[in-house]
Write a protein that binds this ligand. Structure first.
Ligand SMILES: C[S@@+](CC[C@H](N)C(=O)[O-])C[C@H]1O[C@@H](n2cnc3c(N)ncnc32)[C@H](O)[C@@H]1O
Length: 358
């Protein structure tokens, strides 16, 4: 077998089904910032975008240099060779192992599928292939604990897969970019998972205790019935829950929650707080204005909020909105950092985290 490293011509990106256009616009735009050009191909509602670089040599530079954490619409990515097609149904393992045989050494193998009905129907196949593929790859040293990369095989059908690799630390640390979270039975609403997922994306895995300090105060705008407040209460925070709607009774009995029946757009905290979270579904421009007010006045140090996506030119509009937040803070001498992601639990929206840096 030749030792030549194969040609990684593509970057495969996974996104929410229906957002392939946004994901494509984003990767083309962001790749250009580091001098990498290319084009995207995608099928409608496939949840997969294939970015093909004009110069294949730039693909590894792209997935190693561009910060994955700054990508909004991509849930997962990896550099890939050309699609492996016509996999023999009776022996997919040999063909796939051969495809990955000349890759730089990888430390683990992830078998993934797009987040679509068709994709989900392939997950059983993935489960069945995981062990035999691992064994085969280990048998000729392609998979070793000391490997630098993560090996990905993304099945788009039973007989075809994208095979490639990502750099751990600059990819999503979950299969398919979806943290598997269990709905906590005691939580008052399913929305609770949105805030928990946001923390998984935006907070360092070993820093939750420091970031969400027990005893500190948070404001939850648009809090009812209390799914987000519940998350904050679980971490020991005290919460001003702002909503004209009713809050969950058990949550109120914890005595960690003050219910303020008020308009979230007019509410001013009696003192600065550690966190402000906001799950009010309103015009994104209005939400950005609200966030700017909180940050410029330093009413909170950190915030997680939702931005409903506009109907058209969604990537462009999101960039404009986030630029406006940055400009509002810059104009007032307030330093912030932010990141944004379309979470698994987000539908027609993205979730943003902002923090004051001084
Ligand atoms: C999606 S729900 C929030 C769910 C909540 N995060 C949870 O986890 O249970 C949106 C909430 O925003 C509230 N809301 C809408 N406009 C508001 C406003 N101007 N001020 C305060 N709350 C508002 C609604 O009453 C509703 O309870």
């Amino acid at each position: 077998m030749s030792q030549q490293v194969p040609s990684f011509n593509h970057v495969i990106l996974l996104c929410r089904s229906g957002f392939e256009g946004e994901c494509s616009a984003e990767i083309i735009d962001r790749a250009a910032t580091i001098g990498v050009t290319g084009y995207c191909k995608t099928d409608k509602r496939s949840g997969v975008v294939v970015f093909t670089a004009s110069k294949p040599a730039t693909v590894m530079k792209l997935i190693e240099t561009l910060s994955f954490a700054t990508m909004i619409f991509a849930r997962q990515w990896f550099a890939a060779i050309d699609e492996v097609k016509d996999l023999p149904v009776k022996d997919r393992v040999s063909s796939l192992a051969q495809a990955a045989g000349r890759f730089p050494r990888c430390k683990e193998l992830w078998l993934e599928t797009p987040d679509t009905n068709e994709g989900n129907s392939l997950s059983k196949l993935c489960k069945g292939l995981q062990k035999p593929l691992q064994l085969k790859l280990k048998s000729f040293g392609a998979l070793r604990a000391s490997g630098r990369y993560r090996l990905h095989m993304l099945f788009t059908a039973g007989d075809r897969a994208w095979v490639g690799m990502s750099l751990p630390g600059n990819d999503a640390p979950w299969l398919g970019g979806i943290p598997r979270l269990r709905f906590p039975k005691a939580a008052p609403s399913r929305s609770t998972l949105k805030l928990e997922e946001a923390w998984h994306w935006f907070l360092p895995a070993d820093g939750w205790g420091e970031e969400l300090k027990a005893g500190s105060w948070a404001v939850d705008l648009g809090a009812a019935p209390g799914g987000w407040t519940w998350q904050l209460v679980q971490r020991g925070l005290k919460v001003m829950a702002v909503d004209n709607g009713p809050m969950n009774n058990e949550l109120m009995l914890t005595r960690q929650v003050e219910h303020h029946e008020a308009d979230g757009f007019l509410f001013e905290p009696p003192r600065a707080v550690a966190w402000m979270v906001c799950d009010i579904a309103d015009k994104p421009a209005r939400v950005i204005h609200l966030m700017s007010t909180w940050l410029v006045n330093r009413w909170c140090r950190k915030s997680v909020f939702n931005l409903k996506l506009p109907m058209a030119k969604r990537y462009l509009e999101v960039c404009k909105l986030l630029d406006r937040l940055q400009e509002n803070c810059d104009a007032n001498g307030v330093k912030i950092t932010w990141c944004a992601k379309q979470l698994y639990h987000d539908r027609e929206e993205i979730t943003v985290m902002v923090r004051l840096v001084d």
